[in-house]
Design a protein. Structure first.
Length: 199
């Protein structure tokens, strides 16, 4: 059996790509960010450490859900910015249930995608729980400006955590999403299907 991992650097288009693949392949998507948003709304946080704890919980929920899918022999998509520290536990899960993961890594020109990252954080469509670090829901009249992540720290985080170098136990497809509208998603779909049909 197989699953698909959609991963990569922040603001590279992971959610959009996962939704496209899910629609075309008729597969469910388990998104860590979507789980986090539910936890942000239902539980909330009042410190950076609380927020980190919710992130850990979201990862555990994502893996638990993936495990239930594997027990039933179902294919699925995991969408997350997988990092070096994610590899060991994920590989153990794949091995236990004899699954092969096709990894789709989204990356590109860091400067261009950094500007997209900044614009996304300013967008009213972005869940505020991802943007603020000290308190969510924000207290009325007490919200403070959110510090802007520098370009240097943006790049350092990607490199230190291996966000665009991640691979699991199967084929890895690297996609340049510097200009997302230029990505040939149909060609990517054909490549994924080719790997899946050979597995």
């Amino acid at each position: 059996m197989y699953c698909i991992l959609v991963t990569g650097i922040p603001a590279s288009g992971k959610s959009t790509m996962a939704e496209f693949l899910a629609e075309k392949l008729r597969l469910p998507v388990i998104s860590k960010d979507k789980v986090k948003e539910i936890l942000f709304d239902d539980v909330g946080f009042s410190s950076r450490s609380d927020k980190v704890a919710l992130g850990t919980a979201a990862m555990n929920i994502m893996y638990y859900t993936a495990q239930q899918m594997m027990k039933c022999g179902q294919s699925f998509i995991l969408e997350n910015n997988f990092e070096n520290v994610s590899q060991e536990s994920l590989l153990a899960l794949l091995q236990k249930y004899s699954y092969t993961a096709v990894t789709v890594v989204l990356t590109g020109d860091y400067e261009v995608i950094y500007q997209r990252f900044l614009a996304r954080n300013e967008s009213p469509d972005r869940h505020r729980g991802h943007v603020v670090n000290d308190c969510y829901p924000e207290k009325e009249g007490l919200s403070r400006p959110v510090p802007v992540l520098s370009f240097e720290n943006f790049c350092d985080g990607i490199k230190a955590r291996g966000m665009d170098k991640f691979n699991a136990n199967g084929p890895c497809i690297v996609v340049d999403t510097t200009n997302f509208s230029h990505v040939d998603k149909e060609a990517l779909l054909r490549k994924i299907c080719g790997y899946v049909h050979r597995s």
